[in-house]
Design a binder for this molecule. Sequence first.
Ligand code: TEU
Ligand code: CA
Length: 574
Amino acid sequence: MEKKWWHGKTAYQIYPKSFYDSNGDGIGDIPGIISKLDYLKELGADILWLSPVYVSPMADQGYDIADYYGIDPRFGTMEDMDRLLEEARKRDMYILMDLVVNHCSDEHEWFRKACEDPDGPFGEYFYLRRAGENWEKELPCNWRSYFGGPVWNRLPETDRIYLHVFHKKQPDLNWENPGLRDEIYKMINWWLDKGLAGFRIDAIINIKKPLPLTSYPADREDGLCSMDTVLAHAEGIGEFLGEMRDRAFAPHDAFTVGEVFNDKEGELEDFIGENGYFSSMFDFRETLEGKSEEGWYASRKPTPDEYKRCCFESQRRSEGIGYLSNIIENHDEPRGVSHYLPREAQNETGKKLLATMYFCLKGLPFIYQGQELGMENIEFRSIDDVDDVNTLDEYQVALKAGLSEEEALKAVNQYSRDNARTPFQWNSEENAGFTTGTPWLRVNPNYTEINAEEEMGRQDSVWNYYRKLSALRKDPAYRETLVYGRTEPVLEEVSGIMAYFRRGEGQTILVIGNFTGEPRQVELPELEKGRKRLLLDNDLLWEKEKKEAAAVPCPAYKDGKLWLKPFQAQVIEL
Ligand code: TEU
Ligand code: CA
């Protein structure tokens, strides 16, 4: 694989609305991000992905863009954005913005013009159809929007309807129209010219619709079919993606990471192989595990063995093809530690175990804001605590399925996107130090225990563990192996243990973790001979200097046997 500047970096996702509020209006902002760049640098983050900060009515928290060339005043100004780029550059950090081009906002100028003249050029920017008298009963197709209900809505003051696969305030853009594509490439180039390093690319698989628009067999009582079914019928997305690469990304050598769900068997190489559409794409295998087609209420958390299987499947399918991006959470998911860890492991030891297992996989590790503190899901007191459109819809789905209000709340709580969107916990002062005003979303009450200030000052904290993981991956002595070495799963059939080798040239590193509450002994012939060096252990007292820690003898290995305490994780050079 050709080496790229970003392979050995650590990436970090910022959800600006909840990161840091600089002016007391309860909403995080760009000046707030600038003031925390040194914090991020200290952690080891190099590439920063900002969820959308463009002008937006915020129907979907900025994923509904009304002006691609403007910064929403809630987040600051274009001068603030330029300053962020400048300050990042000074610190050798790279900024990615969110590229949301499957849809725009219904408050975008294009959509307004389409309403004014549906037969004019802007009507071609969207998927419009004629609305009969009885249009609600005679929809062009029976697709279900991701946020509930049919994908069709009335185009205001016209005899047309328009398609929206997300919220009704997010009309889908018609990528079949070359004029629209020109506008999008122009916009991407404009941002890259400003010095942006690249983009995270939102919901991109949805840009190609199976045409002509037709219905598929219904999969719920609402008579609608899931977008998964729809996308399985779409062919030819590569023409759009290849064009976008050639006309926008490639000329700037931009770094791009795709939010790709529903890619088809065998397509990985087209997406992230040599000259792929993107530099990388997220691995969502474990994210999807346990999710039910019926909705969140019928979904369940993956077990540690399922988690392990998903990770290894992704490692195997990408080996020799391309470089995936690894996560345990993002702004659309519950907190990873609340989702993947057994109850009894939802403590600092367990959090470090999960961190070790995903961070040392092959691929670009992303940390989602607060993950480095071990931030956890929040408990909703009532549905009024919820802001997210997706959660509000899933709550209704659960009620319709016959759950009581209390059960429905509990069910959606486990998967709610708002779990990850609560304000960042900076310190133990009021509102976790996030704002001096009233936070836009309730702060998790556990901020008095889980916060950055406390953890940065404590050697054995989750925060310091993440810092060490990032530093280990960049350490010249291990970098080649941890960044480029092949992943070789071991002890795969042993339940409760996740273990893999990273094989470099003349170097092998073992990453191993015990996901059970019992001490476990494992046998590995590779542990029999020679000197082993313990690189990281979630059970060590880290007051010691790094050198000392590396020299700690490893009495746990003897005759090819290794003892692991409950939820212990180790990284060992063999
Ligand atoms: O998410 C795309 C997506 O497919 C979502 O439906 C995702 O599966 C869901 O949120 C999981 O519950 C992207 C963004 O990440 C998300 O925040 C936006 O709401 C969405 O696109 C629309 O722009
Ligand atoms: Ca603010």
